[in-house]
Design a protein around this ligand. Structure first.
Ligand SMILES: Cc1ncc(COP(=O)(O)O)c(C=O)c1O
Length: 368
């Protein structure tokens, strides 16, 4: 082809999602496998959301409400923010893209941790802008170093709290100190995809900054704690001026009708949210205890996933687990060549994970 593709597009490394379970089963000739690779909700979707979506099906010949009035109003009431400060997205992924589209032009810089959620880098590169990486320090965000990296060209700082893939958090105090060093021409994005799982009272709550006169945007999603990853619905909370810019660039019907109905109902499903959070915390403890019995090093987390040190090549370990029918995420591409990440599954899945893990690290014992 004779297409003239911009260099910045060629520089994008494609996002590699955890493969769908069906595809892996086909590839490896296995069945009945367990997927603990994508931080999904092991309890399934919120039942109230499923009912609401079923009822909405009959209206699918209509376009959805482009602004998502009911969902936005409900979120605003729940979060104590103005409806005008909320932007819905086809997953919070889409909000990341809208932010980079309105805030970045070629040559601008966006600071992010390394590793971090890969979509930040991809979206920054799509704008022809430059990602500036700050390595995590012992798995924690190094806010001092991020502040050091700010220049006249910096337009966005991406933070992730709790951090994917480490499960560590940013504290309120550290963030306050950090913000004293962030000039007003820089937008700070706090991606809180896993915030519902965080138990530490010191954990930063990004929304506390949204009412202030700073360009802080908080991203949240229904994909994790609400069990609606397949539905694709998330949102951003930000100053109204910034929200209005996002509305200019977003697709007019980006939050589909089922997603709006499902998310509205999920917000009222307090029981489901509570069950999810307590299940995840209980299962993390179960997994930690199992790994301790095996003498394996892991890193406790404030999210629904955690890292495990497998003390060998993580890609090879991933393959060996797969042969046992358990899908984990290798952290090689995240810069941790000997770590894997798993999410807390259902008890039976976690049990199978531990059995498979034992077989992989100790093949002779596993065969007894
Ligand atoms: C840190 C982080 N942000 C955002 C997302 C994307 O969420 P959504 O499904 O709402 O697009 C994920 C999904 O894995 C994530 O880990």
């Amino acid at each position: 082809m004779k297409l003239k593709i911009p260099e910045y597009i060629k520089s994008i490394r494609p996002y590699k999602p955890g493969k769908p379970i069906e595809e892996l089963e086909r590839e490896y000739g296995i069945s009945d496998s367990v997927k603990l690779a994508s931080n999904e909700n092991p309890l399934g979707p919120s039942p109230k959301a499923v009912n609401a979506m079923t009822e909405t099906m009959e209206r699918l010949h209509r376009y959805p409400d482009g602004r998502g009035y009911y969902l936005v109003e409900k979120l605003a009431g729940r979060l104590g923010v103005e409806p005008e400060s909320i932007v819905l997205g086809n997953g919070s992924d889409e909000i990341i893209g809208m932010l980079t589209r309105v805030l970045l032009q070629a040559g601008d810089e966006a600071i992010m941790t390394a590793p971090s959620f890969l979509m930040y880098e991809i979206m920054v590169r799509c704008a022809g802008a430059v990602p500036v990486f700050v390595p995590l320090k012992s798995l924690f965000v190094d806010l001092d170093e991020m502040a050091e990296k700010i220049t006249d060209k910096t337009r966005i700082i991406f933070l992730n709290n709790p951090v994917n893939p480490t499960g560590t958090i940013i504290t309120k105090d550290d963030f306050s100190r950090f913000m004293e060093r962030v000039p007003e021409h820089v937008a700070v994005v706090i991606d809180e995809a896993y915030i519902e799982f965080a138990a530490d009272p010191q954990c930063l709550d990004g929304l506390a900054w949204c009412g202030q006169d700073r360009a802080v945007a908080v991203l949240r999603t229904f994909s994790k704690a609400y069990g609606l990853a397949g539905l694709r619905i998330g949102y951003g909370v930000m100053p109204e001026e910034l929200a209005n810019l996002l509305h200019r660039v977003r697709q007019p019907f980006n939050a589909n009708m089922l997603a709006q109905a499902g998310a509205c109902a999920a917000l009222d499903d307090h029981d489901f949210l509570q069950r999810t959070v307590s299940h995840v915390r209980g299962e993390l403890d179960f997994l930690y205890a199992g790994l301790e019995r095996l003498g394996v090093n892991y890193f406790p987390s404030e999210a629904n996933f955690f890292l495990i040190d497998v003390e060998s090549d993580a890609d090879a370990f991933f393959e060996k687990m797969l042969i046992q029918g358990v899908i984990v995420r290798s952290m090689v591409s995240y810069g941790y060549p000997e770590y894997i990440r798993i999410s807390a599954g259902a008890r039976e899945e976690n049990h199978r994970f531990l059995k498979a893990f034992e077989k992989v690290i100790n093949p002779e014992k596993g065969q007894e």
